[in-house]
Design a binder for this molecule. Structure first.
Ligand code: NAD
Length: 410
């Protein structure tokens, strides 16, 4: 039985209404040609899955990765549905992606791919329908191209069709850092509940992209000691604590951690991950991809707390092993919800054409994510269960309640 079914069973909610949440509402697969810089034509496959939109327009990132497939995108779209419900933002859940290797593509090829993908999924998109955002290997520039393509086809400028876009195009202050900032808030809340001091806590982070690097930035500012980080170029380990401000500067220039001289560097990212995931730290933050902690390595994890910066980094079986071991896991649908919370703020600012200050954004992010965390923590105490199941129960309960109120059409 999957995590959603388990939550529904434990909640004893009406199974007939719950059933509507077990499958995606709309799944679109598109195949399209792109002219490459050398004159050849390559065929790409992309997806957009709107998992559920009873609570509002669907929301979710777009990723570019060679392993993107419909099953993965559907699972991630389901997670988005639950994340928006837990955070109480009025959105449903979606996800999209294109199977491609952006590291082997030029900026012009990526622009053509993004524009054609946007065109192909255009019938689903719209500020009141479905609103993409950046995810793995996509960024502000990708969102700028998507927004421009949509606007060109609509015939007028529509900033609210994507979030995570540049500030100059209607992006929100603070969106770039929001997911990492949220991970740091949630980590701090979790440690308080466990009576563990945040200052001086040791941290290992897998992935040093948007989520991983900004999590490192804010936890470092809170006095944590970041003793290990990995990315696709390798891993850096330093028991004395890495110089995070200098590493952030290096990654801003080089786009990868390799080449940074601090502590031990491991060139093979698989070996680096192996070392990182079993390091003796207080907090482990997987912030790269899904299925990183599996039944194969879960027993070796020594961290007391795992905060899921990435979506789905722990498999179901690994979850059970960790739970038995007494490892506290803060699940993705609460841990990394800072991104979608500030995406919601960005969308609100776009539709109202009224910009907030960065302080307003950060303050409201803190309020929403802390309240969501507290709701999940309280539910875990009430139902005597772990944070993952409590978060799923909160989320499933909210989506099912809205489904019940709306009724089943026709
Ligand atoms: P990103 O592309 O900015 O960064 C990904 C990072 O992971 C890069 O440093 C990359 O080198 C590294 N990486 C990739 N494969 C790796 C591997 N096998 N081992 C170690 N490192 C590896 O992506 P991101 O936006 O930071 O997203 C990371 C995760 O967080 C994803 O699961 C994504 O769905 C999730 N997420 C992102 C956001 C957001 O706002 N960007 C919000 C919520 C959740």
């Amino acid at each position: 039985m999957n995590r959603m079914d388990e939550a529904a069973k434990k909640l004893k909610i009406d199974w007939e209404t719950y059933k509507t949440l077990r499958s995606p509402r709309t799944s679109l697969a598109v195949t399209f040609p792109i002219r490459m810089d050398n004159g050849s034509v390559e065929i790409f496959t992309g997806y957009r899955v709107l998992y559920n939109y009873v609570r509002g327009p669907s929301k979710g990132g777009v990723r570019y990765h060679p392993e993107v497939n419909l099953e993965e995108i559907t699972a991630l779209a389901a997670i988005m549905t639950l994340k928006c419900a837990v955070a109480e933002v009025p959105f449903g859940g979606a996800k999209g992606g294109v199977a491609c290797d952006p590291s082997k593509m030029s900026i012009n090829e990526l622009e053509r791919l993004t524009r054609r993908y946007t065109y192909m999924i255009m019938p689903l998109l719209g500020p009141d329908k479905d609103i993409p955002a950046p995810d793995v290997n996509t960024n502000q520039q990708t969102m700028a191209w998507m927004m421009d393509t949509y606007s060109m086809l609509a015939g007028y400028t529509v900033p609210g069709v994507v979030t995570g876009k540049p500030f100059q195009l209607g992006g929100s202050k603070g969106r770039g850092y929001a997911t990492g900032r949220g991970v740091a808030f949630v980590t701090s809340e979790m440690l308080q509940r466990l009576n563990m001091p945040l200052k001086g806590a040791t941290v290992a982070i897998q992935g040093f992209g948007n989520v991983g690097s900004n999590t490192a930035r804010f936890l470092h500012q809170e006095g944590c000691k970041i003793v290990g980080v990995t990315d696709i170029s390798g891993g850096l380990l330093n028991e004395g604590g890495l110089d995070i401000p200098a590493l952030l500067k290096h990654v801003e220039d080089e786009k990868k951690i390799s080449g940074f001289k601090d502590g031990e560097f491991i060139t093979d990212y698989r070996r680096a991950n192996e070392r990182l995931l079993k390091s003796d730290v207080d907090i482990l933050i997987p912030a790269a991809l899904e299925n990183q902690i599996t039944e194969e390595n879960a027993l070796d994890v020594r961290a007391k707390v795992i905060v899921e910066g990435a979506n789905g980094p722990i498999t179901g079986t690994a979850d059970k092993i960790l739970s038995k071991k007494g490892t506290t896991v803060v699940p993705d649908i609460i841990a990394n919800s800072g991104g979608v919370i500030v995406s919601y703020f960005e969308w609100v600012q776009d539709v109202q054409a009224y910009l907030w200050t960065e302080d307003q954004v950060n303050q409201r992010l803190k309020e929403l994510i802390t309240s969501a965390f507290t709701g999940v923590w309280d539910a875990a105490q009430e139902h005597k269960t772990d944070m993952r199941q409590a978060a799923y129960m909160e989320a499933v309960g909210k989506v099912v309640e809205v489904t019940r109120l709306r009724g089943i059409f026709p």
